[in-house]
Design a protein around this ligand. Structure first.
Ligand SMILES: NC(=O)c1ccc[n+]([C@@H]2O[C@H](COP(=O)([O-])OP(=O)(O)OC[C@H]3O[C@@H](n4cnc5c(N)ncnc54)[C@H](O)[C@@H]3O)[C@@H](O)[C@H]2O)c1
Length: 260
C-alpha cells in the first residue's frame, strides 16, 4: 500500500481514466474524493471503491467554475481532514477544426480542460501550504500536448497548455515540497473515444496503427502511471511529462491521424 494515510482528489473520476485512477489510488490505500459533473456515474465509482474495501466520497463539481474548484478542495478536506494528492483529470473533447469551432465551444473546452486544471491546482497548493507537508499534483495531459491530430484544434490547444502549466507549477512550488507532473496518454479505451470508435471498425484499426504496440491502451494502464507519480517512488520527479502512449510518440505517426 504505497498511499496509506493519503487523501486524493480526482477530478473527472466518474468515467474512464479518472475512474480507473480513483480505483487504483484507493487500492494503494488513499482515501478518494471523486469529483465530477456526473453524480450518477460518480456514485458508481464510489461504490466500486467501497466494495473493494476502500474509502471514497462523491463531490459534485463543474471544474470550469472557479468556485467549484475551491469547494472541491474544501469538501475533500472537510470529509477527510487533509488533502495530499490532486489528479487534474476532467476534460472534454471537441471534434472540430478551428474554422468550425464557435466562441462558446472554445470557451467551454478551455474552461473545463485548462482553466479547471489551473484553478484546482491553485486551491490544492493553498491547502498543501496550510498543511506544511508538501503535496502532489498530477495533470492529465495527452500525446496531443506535443503532437497535433487533425480535427480537434481546441482540444490540442488545451492539452498543450496543460503541459506548460505543469512545468510552470513545478517551477513555482517544487521548492515547497509540492511535486507537479503530467501524463501524456495515447489513445485509451474510454467513453471519450467511444464516439470515434462507433463510426466503424476502420477507426479502431487506424487508431491502433498510430501506436507502435499496435493497439489502443486501457484506462488502468494510465492509472498505474498516476499511482507512480503520486507515490514516494517518484520523490525526485517534478515538472516531468510521463508518456504512456504505446509508442505513439516514439516515431513518426501518420501525420493526419485517422481518416473518418
Ligand atoms: N481517452 C483517451 O484516449 C485520452 C487520451 C489522452 C488523454 N486523455 C485525457 O484523459 C482524461 C480522461 O479522459 P477519458 O478518456 O477518461 O474521458 P471520459 O469522457 O471517459 O471521462 C471524463 C470525465 O470528466 C468528467 N467531466 C467532464 N466535464 C467536467 C466538468 N466540467 N467538471 C467535472 N468533471 C467533468 C466527465 O463527466 C467524465 O466523468 C482527460 O483529461 C483526457 O483529455 C484521454
Amino acid at each position: 500500500m504505497r498511499l496509506k494515510d493519503r487523501v486524493a482528489l480526482v477530478t473527472g473520476a466518474a468515467s474512464g481514466i479518472g475512474r480507473a485512477t480513483a480505483v487504483r489510488l484507493a487500492q494503494e490505500g488513499a482515501r478518494i474524493a471523486v469529483a465530477d459533473i456526473n453524480p450518477t456515474m460518480g456514485a458508481e465509482t464510489v461504490q466500486t471503491i467501497t466494495e473493494q474495501g476502500g474509502t471514497a466520497v462523491f463531490i459534485p463539481a463543474d471544474v470550469s467554475r472557479v468556485e467549484d474548484c475551491e469547494r472541491a478542495v474544501a469538501d475533500s478536506v472537510s470529509h477527510f481532514g487533509q488533502l495530499n494528492i490532486l489528479v487534474n483529470n476532467a476534460a472534454i473533447m471537441l471534434e472540430k477544426n478551428a474554422v468550425d469551432t464557435t466562441e462558446a465551444e472554445f470557451d467551454r473546452l478551455i474552461g473545463v480542460n485548462l482553466k479547471g486544471t489551473f484553478f484546482c491546482a491553485k486551491y490544492a497548493v493553498i491547502q498543501f501550504r496550510k498543511q506544511g507537508q508538501g503535496g502532489v499534483i498530477v495533470n492529465m495531459a495527452s500525446v496531443n500536448s506535443f503532437f497535433a491530430e487533425g480535427g480537434i484544434a481546441a482540444y490540442c490547444a488545451s492539452k498543450g497548455g496543460i503541459a506548460q502549466l505543469t512545468r510552470a507549477l513545478a517551477m513555482d512550488h517544487s521548492i515547497e515540497g509540492i511535486r507537479v507532473n503530467g501524463i501524456c496518454p495515447g489513445w485509451i479505451e474510454t467513453p471519450m473515444n467511444a464516439k470515434f470508435f462507433a463510426l466503424g471498425p476502420h477507426i479502431r484499426e487506424q487508431a491502433s496503427r498510430l501506436h507502435a504496440l499496435g493497439r489502443i491502451g486501457a484506462a488502468e494502464e494510465v492509472a498505474s502511471g498516476v499511482v507512480y507519480l503520486a507515490s514516494d517512488d517518484a520523490a525526485f520527479v517534478t515538472g516531468s511529462m510521463l508518456t504512456i502512449d504505446g509508442g505513439f510518440s516514439a516515431g513518426l505517426a501518420p501525420a493526419m491521424g485517422i481518416v473518418v
